[in-house]
Write a protein that binds this ligand. Structure first.
Ligand code: AMP
Ligand code: MN
Ligand code: MN
Ligand code: MN
Length: 277
């Protein structure tokens, strides 16, 4: 059987639409043999995902996508092959749930001032026990006909600098990496080209990321063209980082993003899964 890895996706424990069970089932249908569930700042979906993965014979990698701050910008660090019960990490996720709840109140207040009331109740209900994210706000704005797409919701209200943006103190980059490595996991810089950094800033980021114990970066994500893959692979080899592959799947609505539907990792890049314990 050919191995197919997808090491980045979301369930409804954060801003994905599918339950952990539905997500693992879909991955299995798509031919994924190793799946990492990497919800935003939470490991709550992992037990359910593991139960389903065991039934289907899919290898589940315990993962998380941590929101971090570095140089006053937000960067996402994926932790792979973690022990989700590691106390400092588990403790951090509980604090982050509160951080996200408080941020949601502030975002809702800003929307209310723009005559868009009711957001807090709506996102709380939609998220349920899970993490409240800006994606939930985007869905609320769509449901109220304030915008017609998620992209428009971010462009008009939710993105940095827009009317309902609330800046948040996430964990510092090195602190988040320590949670991951302390949990026995591999810290991977998520979707490195999405931050729109100059080459110089990318170099600074990757240097500090490595110095703090980061070992991998996503070389393959959804919707990358050949030039982007070359650029990401080039960074990975220059900084001696293992390469990860992950769709960042959130829902079935986006035809360009599917579980396991990913370009192969370039041959000269060391696969991150070779580092798994
Ligand atoms: P949060 O972690 O709550 O700030 O939410 C970040 C999430 O919002 C990301 O993981 C994406 O899923 C989503 N997101 C961010 N920017 C956009 C965008 N421009 N369009 C659609 N979704 C976005
Ligand atoms: Mn997301
Ligand atoms: Mn991300
Ligand atoms: Mn993600």
């Amino acid at each position: 059987m050919t191995e197919l890895y997808d090491l980045h996706c979301h369930s409804n424990a954060s801003d994905g639409v599918l339950s952990p069970t539905e997500l693992v089932q879909r991955a299995h249908q798509q031919g994924v043999t190793s799946l990492a569930l990497t919800d935003h700042d939470t490991v709550a979906g992992l037990p359910e995902a593991q139960r389903c993965a065991t039934l289907l014979g899919t290898k589940l990698i315990a993962g998380i996508e941590l929101s971090t701050n570095w140089q006053n910008k937000c960067f996402h660090i994926v932790g792979l092959d973690i022990d989700p019960t590691y106390a400092p990490l588990a403790g951090a996720t509980h604090k982050l749930q509160k951080t996200r709840l408080e941020r949601a109140e502030k975002i809702a207040l800003k929307l209310e001032k723009k005559r868009m009331p009711g957001a807090f109740e709506a996102v709380k209900n939609a998220a349920g026990e899970g993490m409240i994210t800006r994606t939930h706000f985007a869905e609320f704005l769509i449901s109220q006909n304030h915008v017609s797409t998620q992209q428009e919701a971010f462009d008009r209200y939710l993105a940095k600098g827009k009317a309902a943006y609330v800046s948040t103190s996430w964990a510092e980059l090195e602190v988040a990496i320590n949670w991951i490595t302390g949990a026995g996991g591999i810290a991977v810089l998520a979707h490195p080209l999405r931050y729109k950094l100059t080459a110089n800033w990318m170099k600074r980021l990757l240097t500090e990321f490595k110095a703090a114990g980061g070992q991998g970066m996503e070389v393959i994500t959804s919707r990358m063209n050949a030039d982007e893959i070359r650029m990401a692979a080039d960074y990975a080899s220059r900084f001696d980082l293992a390469g990860s592959v992950g769709s960042d799947f959130h829902n079935q609505a986006n035809p360009y993003v599917e579980l396991g539907r990913l370009a192969p990792l370039p041959k000269n890049i060391k696969p991150v899964w070779e580092l798994f314990g």
